[in-house]
Ligand binder design. Structure first.
Ligand code: DGJ
Length: 731
């Protein structure tokens, strides 16, 4: 049969067996169709389909083809991972750009494609395509990792002589019509990653982010799922656009396509212009499928943990000075704080903002990365020596991309700030952004950071970024600068890491404003939020954990009254919340009394005992009936051990709450279930005169199935309190 006669090929183009690929990994199947020489189409992304022989695969393709009725063009409309209008697709196009108005539409033809298995088990599809008429080449990479995580990215090349102005490049993945609901995230300073759920209706849900950083209100992970999906149930498909500059994530449904999820960089007009031979590489767009959000998150976590650069040493208990002293730097005070931190078991001490130049408050000094001679006449040595002498690592806060106009740097090099030619951007937190695409500005910052890392025994940089990019142009050329800035920041981080491989870096951006997988490719943890209020943190950390494993989420125990909300919380609630992260302390411990220090020391010691489990296990969440009571936990990868928190975020409708379930354990194994000290102290109604039968060290013996399906009665807690439950498999 000739290619033109086969009914499984797009008309008029060749077809053979290798045009259809079935990749499988960790419960996921990806079926990619390259028939007809047009860009790859995903026929299935989701549950593992088992081993399919070529005939079945061909028939899968045949039965996937719709009756060509109601389409914008005659015949069906193949929707590629980079959708093209030339195919008849009238949704959001994959590629937008022109050559002075021409070549606005492409029809790429695949010249070659290969499938390979990489050393880490990733299956990788490389597709080389071109459109000779438009003078463009396109290299697509589609990967299915060993953990069943999907990711793709594209490189566009201008193969013609005249300049091609790129407006946008979007990569998509299809979801079936059964995905009827969407979940994505919004947020603001001190309230990052607020979930929002909507119906997945016809039209485009477009989440554009123009902050010049990932943003508090990034879509983060945009999830489409079956009706009523939750942490444990319902099929879910999620995409993450891994980019720390302007970016776009969308979900789109139309009568001729049941659902697409996509993402890419958001470019300002004129920002990317490709001269002859010039290339543009898109961000990685990730896709994770699972039954329930815990499964979706688990793929991200397992993949991140398998990366060579993933931090594998125990995550050190960190004392951060910010909320303890703010800008009040004083050697005596800071060494006393270090002594108190060491006494309760801290392992790392981070000196926050205020140590350099004229930086005595947030109005000046940013950019002058020289230790302030006024405050530190002997440099940072006395403090660093004191801290390291106590056996703690020393960490230092920096904000390399920023500059206060009131600084020596800005006075000497006003042209180093991102700006449009005739005006500086409106200030934010009294600061401007340094144009790191400016070679001299870049060289200055690299030299300063490198010099500090050489002079001092610094194990850790807290790398902050405290403003959105507004009017961010390269002053010299007058062109938009976020794209160049984002690449320059990546380059700077890469170069520093190469020079100082042992130094860990935290991505902070006024809290959790820069959390994405591309910044996490070059940093070792993120600061979850400037809000350390444990009640808010329960939500912020829960949803941040949809993408980021617990060991990379900075979570601190604050003082009794939260600085960002004024709420007061018991130490057990503050510490039991920070326990499910990379635990730190951000509290002026000099003010803590002996009892508080002893209690904190007990939590620090518990964290040290438990971090091996918490930082390698699988996070699980019960889908509660009563939203006032949340059960979340971590189950060891081999199912042998688990730690859960029962969290009362508010008063419950019923008293007591009824049985709470504990998911994710081996259903057939028996577990010894008991309160976990120091989270065994019940502060709640009746706790002084009533008891719960199993709330003893001996606890109860139950199977994983009983715990997941029936559950158990938990103590009645005051709102904004928590207790810990341990479940250990019995031999
Ligand atoms: C914002 C960060 O999120 C805080 O933790 C602190 O480092 C301040 N910046 C310092 O200016």
């Amino acid at each position: 049969m000739s290619a033109a006669q086969r009914d499984d090929a797009v008309p008029g183009t060749p077809d053979h067996d290798t045009d259809l690929h079935h990749l499988r990994a960790d419960g996921v199947s990806l079926v990619v169709d390259l028939a007809g020489g047009t860009l790859p189409r995903v026929l299935h992304w989701g549950a593992d389909l088992g081993d399919l022989d070529p005939d079945v695969l061909h028939d899968l393709r045949r039965v996937s083809r719709p009756m060509p009725i109601g389409f914008p063009v005659d015949g069906e409309v193949p929707v590629a991972v980079l959708p093209e209008q030339s195919a008849g697709f009238l949704g959001t196009p994959g590629l937008t750009g022109t050559r002075d108005g021409r070549d606005f539409s492409t029809a790429f033809v695949v010249r070659e494609h290969t499938v390979a298995r990489l050393d880490d088990g990733t299956q990788r599809l490389d597709v080389h395509a071109s459109d000779a008429d438009a003078g463009l080449g396109l290299d697509l990479v589609v990967e299915l990792t060993a953990q069943g995580l999907l990711r793709q990215r594209a490189t566009l090349t201008n193969t013609a002589d005249d300049t091609y102005a790129l407006d946008g490049l979007l990569l998509t993945l299809p979801v079936p019509a059964t995905a009827t609901e969407l979940l994505d995230f919004s947020g603001r300073w001190a309230r990052e990653r607020s979930p929002q759920r909507t119906a997945f209706t016809h039209g485009t849900r477009l989440r554009d982010n123009r902050r010049g950083r990932t943003g508090y209100d990034t879509a983060f992970v945009l999830v489409a799922g079956t009706h009523g999906f939750g942490h444990r149930a319902g099929q879910v498909w999620g995409v993450h656009t891994a980019w720390s500059g302007n970016h776009r994530t969308l979900a789109e449904r139309s009568h001729y396509h049941p659902g697409l999820l996509g993402g890419g960089e958001l470019l300002t007009p004129g920002e990317v212009r490709l001269d002859a031979g010039g290339t543009y590489t898109s961000p990685w767009v990730y896709g994770s499928w699972g039954v329930g959000l815990d499964a979706l998150a688990g793929r991200f976590h397992r993949w991140m943990r398998a990366r060579p650069q993933h931090p594998r040493t125990p995550r050190p208990v960190t004392l951060n000075t910010w909320e303890a002293v703010y800008f009040q730097h004083d050697l005596g005070r800071l060494t006393e704080l270090a002594d108190a931190a060491a006494a309760i078991g801290a392992e790392r001490y981070v000196l926050d903002d205020g140590w350099f130049g004229s930086r005595r408050d947030d109005t000046r000094g940013l950019g002058d990365w020289y230790v302030s001679a006024d405050v530190w006449p002997d440099g940072l040595h006395p403090l660093v020596d004191h801290v390291t002498g106590l056996g703690l690592q020393f960490g230092l806060w920096v904000e390399p991309e920023m500059v206060n106009p009131d600084s020596d740097l800005a006075r000497a090099h006003p042209d180093w700030m991102l700006q449009v030619p005739s005006r500086l951007p409106r200030p934010a937190r009294h600061q401007q952004v340094l144009d790191l695409a400016h070679p001299e500005a870049y060289a200055y910052i690299l030299e300063r950071l490198d010099a500090l890392l050489r002079e001092y025994d610094i194990a850790y940089l807290k790398w902050d970024h405290n403003r959105d990019l507004v009017d961010a142009g390269h002053g010299r050329s007058g062109t938009a600068g976020v794209h160049g800035q984002t690449l320059a920041v990546y380059r700077l981080l890469d170069e520093l890491r190469e020079r100082h491989p042992g130094v860990e870096i935290e991505s902070c951006s006024s809290g959790g404003g820069r959390v994405d997988l591309e910044i996490l490719a070059r940093t070792d943890r993120i600061w979850g939020s400037d809000c350390i209020d444990a009640l808010e943190r329960q939500q912020i950390q829960r949803w941040t954990n949809l993408l980021v494993p617990l060991e990379l989420i900075g979570a601190h125990v604050g003082s009794g009254t939260a600085h960002s909300t004024g709420r007061r919380h018991a130490l057990s609630f503050r510490a039991g919340t920070a326990l499910f992260g990379h635990l730190g302390i951000e509290w002026d411990l000099r003010e803590a009394d002996d009892a508080q220090r002893a209690e904190l020391a007990a939590w620090v010691s518990a964290y040290k005992d438990l971090r091996g489990l918490l930082h390698t296990g699988t996070t699980v969440h019960a889908d509660g009936v009563d939203p006032s009571h949340q059960v979340h936990g971590v189950v060891a990868a081999d199912g042998s051990d688990a730690l859960f928190a029962v969290v009362a975020t508010a008063t419950s409708e019923s008293l007591p709450t009824g049985r709470l379930t504990f998911p994710g354990l081996d259903p057939d194994a028996t577990y010894h279930v008991r309160p976990q000290p120091p989270g065994d102290v019940v502060e709640g109604l009746g706790s002084h005169w009533l008891s719960l039968p199993w709330w003893t060290p001996d606890g109860a013996r139950l199977t994983g199935r009983v715990l997941a399906e029936v559950g158990l009665q938990a103590p009645v807690l005051f709102p904004e309190h928590l207790v810990l439950v341990r479940a250990t498999r019995v031999a």
